[in-house]
Ligand binder design. Structure first.
Ligand SMILES: NC(=O)c1ccc[n+]([C@@H]2O[C@H](COP(=O)([O-])OP(=O)(O)OC[C@H]3O[C@@H](n4cnc5c(N)ncnc54)[C@H](OP(=O)(O)O)[C@@H]3O)[C@@H](O)[C@H]2O)c1
Length: 342
């Protein structure tokens, strides 16, 4: 490897970690060394490209400029502060740090200016929130947002590799006329089903944590705690790519044509909106792409200042790995790696 930063990728054997390693390479991010970390189960494993997985320890966590984490909240809780204390900037995919006041929660097209306030840890938003705010920010800038009513149709890859395997195993068994394996990743069978239960219910809460993330993270990223947000998150038997139906009530009038024009010019957004010709965003087409796709843009017949949108994106890419690498690129371009607010 050439000139550049010493980078740790924690959770390097997972879906998001594998993609972050690939994107760092494909986008030629300046790296002098990339060190992959994972659990003890994977230590010593050789990854594509010849990198060998390391275990996390006091010694192995030293001397990094940048650390990209996607190994779950527990690992981030324990190890992100240690990497940060040793001088690395941590970009964390878990939900552990997102709502901390001194942790910027950043989407590269939406609020990159928040990066400069980091104190060592930067949080990558939840996947459903991420794709939605990429599409909403340009509309928010034009007309404000009073209220959002969101229903998600979330892919199983958002739960991790074990959930993808579970969907495929259950589907194969059912198609063969066999008894499907018992659910493990979810409370019920996911194959040929829809679960109004994406995320977990905390005791006493009638919303899942995934729904709370959509509500709280949207307000934090858009910097507007007055936006009213209603969310229902549903897990569907799709391997990869989250879809969302979003009803947007704006503060000033905005027509569907104006919204279409604004979104067509927005960074990171592709408008696919010719429903009569069968052109609208779909998970199977968003899979493998970095953009957020928006279609079915129309007036809500029940509210003359509300629009309906259908927003689809690859949750492992823009919803996680792509945004993490884009944040690293912005930090690099702005000379922020190594510079820290005291
Ligand atoms: N999937 C998404 O759409 C998405 C979107 C946004 C954020 N995220 C977040 O990203 C993280 C990873 O998601 P994923 O889908 O990539 O999960 P995954 O495929 O299950 O991978 C999990 C990764 O974490 C590692 N790991 C687990 N326990 C560890 C430990 N104690 N110490 C070190 N490494 C450990 C695993 O290593 P082994 O292979 O050795 O077990 C693996 O590399 C989660 O925090 C998730 O919430 C995911």
């Amino acid at each position: 490897m050439g000139e550049g930063y010493r980078i740790a990728v924690v959770g390097a054997t997972g879906q998001v970690g594998t993609l972050m390693l690939r994107l760092l390479r494909e986008r030629s991010f300046p790296a002098s060394e990339i060190v992959p970390f994972a659990s003890d189960r994977s230590v010593g494993r050789e990854l594509d490209g010849g990198l060998v997985v390391q275990g996390l320890s006091e010694d192995s966590a030293q001397g990094f400029d940048l650390a990209l984490f996607s190994a779950g909240g527990g690992t981030s809780s324990e190890w992100a502060p240690r990497f940060a204390q040793d001088g690395a900037i941590v970009i964390d995919n878990s939900s552990r740090w997102r709502m901390n006041n001194d942790v910027p929660l950043v989407v590269s097209e939406v609020n990159p200016e928040a990066l400069k306030n980091h104190r060592g840890i930067i949080a990558n938003p939840n996947c459903s929130t991420m794709q939605m705010v990429v599409a909403l920010k340009p509309l928010y800038d034009e007309a404000g947002i009073e209220r959002l009513v969101i229903s998600t149709y979330q892919a199983v890859s958002g739960t991790g590799k074990k959930a993808v395997d579970e969907l495929l195993h259950q589907s194969r068994a059912l198609l063969a006329g066999d008894e499907p394996p018992d659910p493990r990743a979810y409370a019920h069978r996911i194959a040929f089903n829809a679960l109004p239960h994406a995320g977990n219910f905390a005791p006493g809460d009638d919303h899942t944590d995934e729904e709370r993330k959509l509500i709280n993270e949207t307000r934090k990223i858009l910097g507007d705690p007055t936006i009213r947000v209603s969310a229902t998150c549903v897990r569907v038997p799709v391997v990869n790519g989250h879809s969302e139906s979003v009803n947007v009530e704006t503060r000033s009038p905005l027509s569907p044509d104006e919204a279409r024009e604004i979104l067509a010019a927005a960074p990171g957004v592709t408008v696919l909106d010719d429903p009569g010709a069968g052109r609208y965003p779909m998970a199977i087409e968003a899979d493998g792409h970095d953009d957020v796709f928006v279609g079915r843009i129309r007036r809500d017949p029940g509210h003359d200042q509300a629009l309906e949108l259908w927003i689809v994106s690859d949750n492992l890419r823009k919803g996680a790995a792509t945004n993490a690498v884009q944040l690293a690129e912005v930090l690099h371009e702005r000379g922020l790696i190594g510079a820290r607010v005291a």
